[in-house]
Design a protein around this ligand. Structure first.
Ligand code: DGY
Length: 319
């Protein structure tokens, strides 16, 4: 029987089918990451790992896992996997594309509106008993309808955000490694070089994958190119935005606000300077967190693992 390590407590209905065909070892916590030392101690004789984006499957771990042949990652992003080493060592890996596109795009758009229209600040203001009645310019924000949105990373989720923007009569600009001519023709989205996108957009939405090339893609220089009234939204990975530079840009009013679902270090420390700013809406990495989507993600990974156990080639392979 193959041995599978699950690095978190997952809903039982997605683990039972695995137990029937494999020996399963699980971490017993749902909310807490399996400690690194525990993870390293457990991988010695496993054939597969069912991992979350919090687990670094890197050289140190691979060196201790000589039997490892398969990693299923409960995320579409896979910056936690050392993919080049996987290729070198013939280790398969799969992720969860497609099933989380809509939930993530919905959240990106919700965060954009929440940030632009100061929803969290307004709700806090009311509950703090500060609301003395309607007032003409109180808690006024940035208009979403008819504004220009600039999407960095026009993959599946970028395209889904862009299509939602059309419902708000927004002009859609995008920047991507490869130009997407079919999107330009079909939907009228317009390609821009990164600097031009930053200069022209009222909303900049970061949706590119996190790689060595996109580390701190948005730093001091890029933030200074943006409009002073612009809003930055990041639902991809925290490391794409230089948080120190973002803090300074928000403090100095180089940009107007930021909506962040992801951070360089997660969970973000409660004394992080970004959390002191009223013009930051911060969420705990919940872009794909609808019940349906999370279940679909589990199911996608489960099917890949069952296929691997059957000595077949799973779908959604990264390597
Ligand atoms: C992903 O899938 O990469 C998200 O960050 C979590 O759903």
């Amino acid at each position: 029987m193959k041995k599978v390590l699950i690095t978190r407590k997952f809903p039982e209905q997605f683990v039972t089918p695995l137990r029937e065909v494999a020996e399963v070892i699980e971490w017993h916590e749902e909310l807490e990451v399996m400690p690194r030392a525990e993870l390293l101690a457990q991988v010695g004789d496993v054939d597969a790992i069912w991992a979350t984006l919090e687990d670094r499957i890197d050289e140190e771990l691979l060196d201790r896992a000589p039997k490892l042949k398969m990693v299923s990652n409960l995320a579409v992003g896979y910056n936690n996997l050392s993919i080049d080493l996987f290729k070198e060592r013939g280790i398969m890996s799969t992720n969860t594309p497609n099933v989380l596109t809509n939930a993530t795009a919905d959240l990106a758009f919700g965060l954009l509106i929440a940030t632009a229209r100061r929803l969290v600040e307004g709700a806090d203001y009311l509950r703090a008993g500060e609301w003395k009645g309607w007032s003409p310019m109180q808690l006024t924000g940035m208009e979403v309808s008819g504004a220009t949105i600039g999407i960095i990373g026009m993959g599946r989720i970028g395209s889904a955000v862009a299509r939602r923007s059309r419902g708000f009569d927004m002009e859609v600009l995008y920047h991507n490694r490869n130009r997407k001519y079919e999107h330009e023709e079909m939907y009228g989205f317009r390609y821009r070089q990164l600097d031009d996108l930053l200069k022209e957009s009222d909303f900049v939405v970061v949706l590119t994958p996190y790689t060595a090339e996109t580390h701190h893609l948005i730093g001091e220089r890029e933030l200074k190119l943006m409009k002073k009234t612009a809003v930055l939204i990041n639902v991809s990975r925290g490391g794409i935005v230089d948080e120190d530079a973002l803090y300074n840009a928000l403090l100095n009013k180089d940009i107007w606000a930021a909506g962040l679902d992801v951070f360089e270090k997660e969970p973000i420390a409660l004394d992080h300077p970004l959390l002191t700013l009223p013009n930051v809406v911060a969420l705990p990495h919940i872009a794909s967190a609808s019940v349906k989507t999370r279940h679909d993600m589990f199911q996608t990974n489960l099917e890949a693992l069952l296929t691997f156990i059957d000595d077949d080639k799973p779908k959604n392979r990264l390597t």
